[in-house]
Ligand binder design. Structure first.
Ligand code: PGA
Length: 236
């Protein structure tokens, strides 16, 4: 099992600076051809720092972790919209990929996405974590060998993410998500988690035992993981 590098920070902005320096160095050394991106409030300071900087992603391909099934990229709740707002309209990438929420055939869309990932192996994957320990939309119980698939969102995720939907009735209950294996295939994983709501998930990870009820713990199967967090570094 790999060893996690824990980076203790005081605030999300400090975490964003850490990621910035790491990404800058990799770009300068031409070691960042493909980057895996994530959505959510945790990532906003990270992208903000990139947008305000001279970082050049024009030779980098970006993949996003997930997208709601049924949402149009023009829907403010779609992750395509989030990425456009926070990053893609400000920074040019060689190519950006995100699952197509409007695909006719869900199975085909999952296969297409996984094929693209195989063609362009991820140098880095950025990750947030859900309060229930989910990674992307890999909810508790998801197999470590899962590839890109359609996930049913748990009541916890529906509750937490539902706050962003004006009309909760219209919130999708399923989403495309890279699987845990698709994520573990990245060369390096960088997880960010801030605030008390994430403490249970971070403490589970710090226990150092893979527990399928806490998808975050599958990161223990990866040889190169950095966790950036303001939560007290738990005893290990
Ligand atoms: P958040 O979401 O960054 O908005 O907390 C993280 C997640 O649910 O993966």
């Amino acid at each position: 099992m790999g060893k996690i590098r824990w980076i203790q920070v005081n605030a999300p902005e400090e975490g964003a600076t850490y990621v910035y320096e790491l990404v800058k160095e990799k770009l300068e050394n031409d070691e960042l051809r493909v980057i895996g991106l994530a959505t959510g409030g945790t990532m906003e300071p990270v992208y903000e720092a990139w947008v305000q900087s001279p970082l050049d992603f024009s030779n980098t391909i970006a993949f996003n972790l997930d997208e709601y099934v049924g949402l149009d990229p023009s829907s403010p709740n779609s992750y395509a919209y989030f990425m456009n707002e926070h990053l893609f309209q400000h920074k040019t990438f060689l190519k950006t990929y995100i699952p197509n929420g409007l695909a006719d055939d869900e199975d085909e869309e999952c296969e297409r996405y996984e094929r693209l990932l195989n063609e362009h192996p991820l140098d880095i994957q950025l990750l947030g974590v859900g309060e229930n320990g989910h990674i992307a939309f890999n909810e508790p119980g998801t197999s470590q060998d899962s590839l890109t698939h359609v996930a049913s969102l748990t009541p916890s995720t529906l509750e937490v993410n539902g706050q962003y939907f004006e009309n909760r009735e219209k919130m999708p209950t399923t989403a495309y998500t890279m699987g845990i294996r698709s994520i573990l295939n990245a060369k390096q994983l960088i997880l960010l988690a801030f605030g008390e709501r994430k403490r249970a998930a971070i403490e589970k990870l710090a226990e150092g035992v893979i527990d399928p009820n806490w998808p975050i713990t599958h990161l223990l199967a990866h040889p190169n993981v950095i966790v950036i967090s303001d939560l007290v570094e738990p005893k290990r």
